[in-house]
Design a protein around this ligand. Structure first.
Ligand SMILES: Nc1ncnc2c1ncn2[C@@H]1O[C@H](COP(=O)(O)OP(=O)(O)O)[C@@H](O)[C@H]1O
Ligand SMILES: [Mg+2]
Length: 321
């Protein structure tokens, strides 16, 4: 247990849903509450909600929203020379003011290693994922010779499905020119993310990007290189775990997925969600916090969320013209 924070204080400080004075959000996603602003802008609140296998849990994770929003902001700054991003301003640790993009209807997953969904596919004997072939003879969590791009559809409800490049183009989801640009950009972003993580002793295993168009330009939106959108392994223990075939020490939501599987829940479960025990909620907070501190090289300084809705109302008001 991270002795810097008291458990009951942590559990008291959770932002499950935001609501400004007289104004609920225009959209509540799994994690974010979104308020539209004039001038083609969005005010995005990262809340402390956590989801897994496309379900949102009733119990929030203390400060997850701040950790996620601040990590994304850190990540966006690290890639700004490669691709325009959506952030205009971060006026509070839970809030980003962003350019309102028209979303590209595909989520772009880049995988440097044979893990997660790619491993589950591979261990079932398949050697193709989203139309991309995977070489024979790889072990779980081994690096691919080159990063793979494995897109998914962006489902409004339910879970995203794998889709191949050929299906994206033949279905007219994205034009050929734009897809070419997305592909190149996503690989460059992954390489930068991996390089940045490596300097901090972490391996960026795989990650998901969401792109949109703003003023006709390809723009990276949503979040980047966060534990909700990516998997990270510790670099120093990577080779040993790979050789021994033991689980990698990792910092991501995989921790929660593993707990669920242990409790008998599986991917794409339709059943009732289990309640997250307080000890698990604290451990998840600690993982997110550790990832934040490792990746940014700075200490996480939480801001209490008791008066969050008042702060939100003030920020909304000051951005409403
Ligand atoms: N700059 C942006 N412009 C338009 N849409 C955005 C932007 N950034 C993020 N989004 C969208 O806002 C939503 C973010 O909320 P989230 O809780 O992640 O939702 P979801 O449940 O859809 O994953 C996502 O649907 C994401 O695609
Ligand atoms: Mg999302």
């Amino acid at each position: 247990m991270n002795s810097r924070f008291n458990a009951s204080w942590l559990l008291r400080n959770c932002l499950k849903e935001s609501s400004a004075k007289d104004r609920p959000p225009d959209y509540r996603g799994k994690v974010r509450d979104i308020y539209t602003l004039p001038g083609n802008r969005l005010l995005i609140v990262s809340t402390d909600r956590i989801s897994a296998f496309d379900h949102i849990f009733a119990e929030p994770i203390s400060f997850k929203g701040q950790l996620l929003n601040m990590l994304a902001w850190h990540g966006f700054q690290k890639i700004a020379d490669l691709c325009p991003h959506h952030v205009l301003e971060v006026p509070h640790p839970n809030i980003t003011i962003a350019k309102k993009c028209s979303p590209v209807p595909v989520e772009v997953v880049v995988r440097g290693y044979l893990s997660g969904h790619a491993w589950r596919t591979y261990s079932n004997g398949l050697r193709t994922l989203c139309g991309v072939s995977m070489p024979d003879g790889l072990r779980q969590n081994e690096a691919f010779p080159e990063p793979l791009l494995t897109p998914t559809t962006k489902a409004h409800e339910g879970h995203d499905e794998d889709i191949s490049e050929a299906e994206i183009l033949s279905g007219g989801l994205v034009s050929e020119d734009l897809w070419k640009q997305i592909r190149q950009t996503a690989i460059a972003l992954y390489k930068r993310g991996a390089e940045t993580a490596r300097k901090q002793g972490l391996i960026l295993v795989d990650t998901k990007y969401e792109f949109g168009l703003f003023d006709g330009k390809l723009t990276l939106m949503d979040e980047v290189h966060t534990p909700d959108s990516s998997r990270f392994f510790y670099a120093d223990t990577y080779q040993e775990c790979l050789d021994k075939g033991t689980p990698q020490k990792q910092l991501s939501k995989e921790f929660l997925r593993e707990w669920l599987i242990q409790e008998g829940h599986h991917a794409h479960m339709d059943s009732v969600l289990p309640a997250l025990p307080d000890t698990l909620r604290i451990s998840i907070f600690e993982r997110y916090c550790e990832l934040f501190e490792t990746l940014t090289g700075t200490r996480f300084e939480p801001v209490e969320t008791e008066d969050f809705n008042d702060r939100l109302s003030t920020i909304l008001e000051s951005h409403s013209s």
